[in-house]
Design a protein around this ligand. Structure first.
Ligand code: FAQ
Length: 311
């Protein structure tokens, strides 16, 4: 009965082994994973827009080729993650429907505009950097298909982070105005990047559950701190500043003290009131509608093949 199944599930989690699609799992575990993986997939797809904005205006052919490859990787991550979510018994069509009708979310970070070329650098360095810090522990997530998807995705994310860092490094070695442009981008992306890790632990509704089930391995604040500690050193190599006057080493804690992001702003952005929420959703809706003929043609072709009498 359910007790025995629950006991088996608990033992697998306890032993740090993987739950696989055909295994019994508590309904809440399944629903929680669908929520998180879908939100992650939607983030990758919506996340193509801020950088896609600069493909046609990249400063050189080489930069353009690199950016194109990065944005394509994000599409790949999205599809990969939708496939992982589908192993939990939900269809991609339903998932996309829930993004479009607003029942599922995507990361707050993609509701901020990319105003200059330096923003492409800051997104790569800070946003992909935050994504890596958040996602490396997900490679050890208790749900097999999600954990395995994360391994490949993290490898690509580290290339993305390096390309962003290199854009900023180049600008930082350039003219005064290029250096100022890089600094301005960091000033605007720093706090939204800190907010990517979610609300503080005291307000995080899912953390306790998700950590007990080993979906999440570290709390929101734990990962945020790790990200801050990592960025300080990297900023000093760039010769640029992180825009936080309170940032300083705390020898007692063995970490940098820092100013928290504005969590009221995070909640507003999550609710749909960020600077670009409307634009991002309109664009996605239009792309979905304009792609309807591709889906119909693919379905018609599959039906035709299925009906064909074997020779
Ligand atoms: N934005 O109880 P918690 C990328 C929601 S990286 C929007 O703490 P949880 C790569 C949360 O859903 C970005 N909503 O939640 C890339 C919940 O609401 P709900 C994607 C947020 O799940 C780079 C409520 O607040 N990465 O795409 C945010 O335990 C460049 C309470 O929060 C992932 O999704 C937020 N920032 O922890 C692509 C990683 N924070 O669902 C293109 C996987 C919280 O009850 C270009 N996800 N909420 O209505 C996770 O690790 C977790 O879901 C967290 C949130 C850490 C994001």
């Amino acid at each position: 009965g359910d007790n025995r199944l629950q006991g088996y599930f608990d033992a697998v989690i306890e032993a740090d082994q993987k739950i696989e699609p055909r295994d019994w799992m508590p309904e809440e575990y399944r629903r929680g994973l669908i929520r998180q993986i879908a939100q992650h997939a939607h983030s990758e797809i919506i996340g193509m827009q801020p950088e896609g904005n600069w493909i046609s205006r990249a400063p050189s052919l080489k930069r353009k080729a690199i950016l194109l490859a990065k944005v394509q990787d994000e599409a790949g991550h999205g599809l990969y993650l939708y496939a992982a979510a589908e192993t939990l018994g939900i269809s991609r069509e339903e998932l996309v429907g829930m993004l479009l009708n607003g029942r599922q979310k995507y990361s707050s970070i993609f509701n901020y505009p990319t105003l200059t070329w330096a923003d492409v650098g800051a997104v790569g360095w800070l946003v992909d950097g935050a994504a890596i810090v958040n996602q490396v522990p997900l490679c050890r997530c208790s749900y097999g298909p999600y954990a395995r998807a994360m391994i490949r995705i993290c490898k690509e994310e580290s290339f993305h982070q390096r390309q962003g860092y290199e854009i900023l490094y180049t600008l930082a070695q350039g003219t005064d105005s290029q250096k100022a442009m890089a600094q301005d981008a960091i000033n605007r992306w720093w706090y939204p990047s800190l907010a990517m890790f979610g609300p503080p632990d005291s307000d995080s509704t899912h953390s306790e559950r998700s950590m007990a089930w080993k979906i999440k391995r570290f709390s929101n604040d734990g990962l945020r701190q790790r990200f801050v500690d990592m960025c300080v050193q990297q900023a000093s190599v760039l010769g640029l500043e992180l825009p936080d006057p309170e940032l300083r080493w705390n020898a007692e804690r063995g970490h940098y003290d820092y100013t928290e992001p504005d969590y009221d702003e995070l909640m507003q952005v999550i609710k749909g009131n960020g600077p670009c929420n409307r634009q991002r959703m309109e664009h996605r809706r239009r792309a979905h509608e304009e792609g309807a003929w591709v889906r119909e043609a693919a379905a018609a072709y599959a039906a035709k093949r299925a009906a064909r009498v074997p020779e």
